[in-house]
Design a protein around this ligand. Structure first.
Ligand code: MC0
Length: 144
């Protein structure tokens, strides 16, 4: 592995949880855990309504991403049908997504997209296939 380029993960960015109904989930996370919504958006490309919740009101630190399906053929709808609500992904912040993607491909891991797509708040994102990552869907996030 010594001659391979560095992967360049910086920190855990967020953990993604599939939910059937975003508003109900937001109410639950606030009531049960005291977490506050720090960001909300719809991502048509990914077929999700999403909300970031966090313990810190300024949204610093790792966040929890609640993901609700927009369409029955979306990744989150498929996940809910198969597993029900629960942990769907682990996302890392990276400094440079192109370099991280090249480093992971050099290690033989499959990325889901040939080119980065648009994620939360305009971030560039890609995913490592869960079958190449110990059964965990890994998202790579290069923030704006
Ligand atoms: C599927 N598998 C998973 C999994 N989803 N394993 C762990 N975690 C998951 N989330 C497993 C299945 O159980 C199956 O295992 C195998 O992977 C392949 O199943 P498949 O039927 O081919 O898989 P699909 O059609 O369900 O697709 C899985 C795949 C898909 C990961 C390719 O979910 C995908 O494209 N995800 C990336 C996009 C995404 O998740 N978007 C929503 C979040 P067996 O053993 O049965 O073969 S959007 C987001 O995150 C954005 C907004 C952001 O943060 O910026």
């Amino acid at each position: 592995m010594d001659s391979l380029p560095a992967v360049g993960l910086l920190r855990v960015d967020h953990v993604g949880i599939a939910v059937a109904d975003l508003d109900e989930a937001l109410a639950f996370y606030e009531r049960a855990f005291g977490l506050r919504c720090v960001h909300q958006e719809t991502n048509e490309d990914q077929g999700v309504r999403e909300a970031m919740v966090a313990a810190e009101p300024d949204g610093t630190g790792a966040r929890i991403q609640l993901l609700a399906p927009l369409r029955p053929d979306s990744a989150i709808a498929k996940f809910l049908n198969r597993n029900g609500p629960g942990l769907q992904q682990l996302a890392y912040t990276v400094r440079n997504l192109d370099e991280t993607s090249a480093a992971l491909r050099a290690r033989g891991l499959r990325l889901l997209y040939d080119e980065p797509r648009r994620g939360t708040a305009g971030a560039r994102i890609n995913f490592v296939h869960p079958k190449d990552a110990g059964g965990v869907l890994v998202e790579l996030v290069e923030p704006v």
